[in-house]
Design a protein around this ligand. Structure first.
Ligand code: ZN
Ligand code: ZN
Ligand code: ZN
Ligand code: ZN
Length: 287
């Protein structure tokens, strides 16, 4: 006869009180949450042999349902104890020290971290090792590099010229604007003070011409928004236009020639070092 009226069966004992432990966290070697065969994070279901050796559901068929440790059959009995440990295992986002408060189920953290708005971005200025969130990149750039001769080019003080063009809602309206860029400068950073976004326009000299591309220094998070761009180059009455369905978002500016999302200006249409271009960056409607 159970003494507790709410627990007449006697099987559901009151849960152990851990109120004082709510703010403490358990230390666990995370390797135990990975399949010992493929080393990938376990997902439910998890199987065990009669001796208690475990393997994940994708490894069991690959092993011919034979335990790799003791050769007994594996793939029929679930390891419910490990499954409940897995269900209760949460990891803090790797950007917690920068302010992210997300707690993520073990093994699923990459999905969030790829688009975490607290991700750290490398400052695109040459020789600068500063890294910070994409919004702080904007302020860092303003304070540190706005008067830089950005990449060693002859008469380059272009950053000052471009900032005033970024008026309120420019991107929402998608207004096109013209700008010049020296091929040898390799990069111009365009910034929007309203949304605190930085865009990199980069040139890559190849044997048959120059590639020009635009990317956005921000995480692929929904709150950042998505943008398309249309880039045109005009010379001697010829206009070449490239329309990209979406501006690529990058963590770090790369100096590898891109394979896609580029305007290719062939050598025959180049006139010296200066490129006169027209760019329209437009915010895409969120679905
Ligand atoms: Zn496995
Ligand atoms: Zn076994
Ligand atoms: Zn995060
Ligand atoms: Zn910097």
């Amino acid at each position: 006869m159970a003494k507790n009226g709410n627990n007449s069966s006697g099987y559901h004992l009151p849960k152990k009180q851990r109120t004082e432990d709510k703010i403490r966290s358990l230390m666990l070697d995370m390797d135990v949450l990975d399949c010992p065969v493929c080393y990938e994070p376990f997902t439910i279901p998890i199987f065990q042999c009669e001796n208690g050796h475990m393997a994940c559901s994708s490894c069991c068929p690959k092993l011919g349902n034979k335990c790799p440790a003791c050769a007994l059959p594996i793939g029929h009995y679930r390891c419910r104890a490990m499954e409940s440990i897995l269900e209760s295992a949460f990891l803090a986002c790797r950007n917690a020290k920068f302010g992210c408060t997300h707690k993520l189920p073990y093994g699923k953290e990459l999905t969030h971290e790829k688009e975490c708005i607290f991700s750290q971005f490398s400052c695109p200025a040459q020789d600068c090792t500063h890294s910070c969130s994409y919004k702080d990149i904007f302020d860092h750039y303003n304070f540190t590099h706005v008067n830089d001769r950005f990449f060693s080019g002859p008469n380059l003080d272009h950053l000052k010229d471009y900032i005033p063009m970024y008026r309120k809602n420019r991107f929402n309206k998608g207004s096109p604007f013209s700008f010049q860029m020296n091929i040898s400068d390799m990069m111009v950073i365009l910034r929007d003070s309203e949304v605190k976004l930085s865009f990199a326009v980069q040139c890559f000299r190849e044997p048959y011409g120059v590639y020009v591309t635009v990317s956005c220094i921000a995480p692929p998070a929904p709150e950042v928004g998505r943008f398309s761009f249309r880039l045109s180059y005009t010379v001697d009455g010829h206009t070449m236009t490239y329309e990209s369905p979406e501006v690529k978002r990058i963590l770090k500016v790369s100096f590898q020639t891109p394979q896609d999302n580029v305007l290719l200006i062939p050598n025959s249409l180049l006139r010296g070092e200066l490129l006169e271009m027209n760019l329209c960056i437009k915010k895409l409607n969120q679905e």
